[in-house]
Design a protein around this ligand. Sequence first.
Ligand code: ZN
Ligand code: ZN
Length: 322
Amino acid sequence: MKLFIIILGVITLLGCGSAGGKFSLELPSARVETRSEPGAQELLEETRVVILGTGTPIPDAYRAGPGIAVVHKGETYLFDAGAGTVRNATVARYRYDIPSLYPTQICCAFITHMHSDHTLDLMELGYTMWWRRREGLKLWGPAGMGEMVAGMKATMLPDTRIRSSGTQPMPNATGNQIDFVEIEEGVLFQKDGLTITAFPVNHGDIKPAFGFKVVTPDKSVVISGDTAYSERLIEEARGVDILLHEVISEAGLGKTTAFWQSYHKKAHTTSVDVGRVAMLAKPGLLVLYHGLYYGTPEEDVISEVRRIFDGPVVLANDLDVF
Ligand SMILES: [Zn+2]
Ligand SMILES: [Zn+2]
């Protein structure tokens, strides 16, 4: 509960609750971030989770596609890159004064599965002002990532050729390089006390699909990605500080056709089942994202979860920070 209060405090302080709400903070325009390494203050900050996108494949005026940033020791680790997450990263960079969230500073991205709502902004991330990237993007994702990276490189070739062969100054001529790893379960990455682990989840017949666990000296976070009820996720999330979990409204699902009910039950987790997951895993805070509601009011979705789970739960909005 203490954590929740801190979040609300930050939101109130900044006068902003969601991407759809009003906010009074003046953000700079067209400023180029040129830092070559994390500043001293960044190294002192505690680990922060910045919500860059909470949406689904459905275009939404208030929600970018799924994207969660974990900021640790002056680096941003991005988990999924749904449409609009990179734009929101720029807003969050200034709203919360986190330089590593500036797009050309984001070092690393981890993709849960290859559904387009989780990958559409990878191109944006890898190529936004790539000639001023601190380093080329490093990418971890399931089988198919190599094919996608090759496709992005081919698509951007006319641009990289023009910029590389003209007179334009190129502070980083290799900033368009994208290094990738096609992942399996296990530890993927370790740096400065942070460890990122991938584990398989159950996204119906979409395979492979992973969840991620991020552990730093001051915070443990599990990100579900897209999954139906998953015993493995419960094991990984047991006692973590923050569990970010996808959700589909139980009442909302009941309004859909038999086909969609059957599909979603195999691929996603109903609000009541998210409650069951949280009741067993007992996270310090349950954060709902990637929500499909079918017209069910958001407060009702929270109530559906609370029928089973009586711990702290919030429904995330884009640009929330934890
Ligand atoms: Zn999805
Ligand atoms: Zn999916």
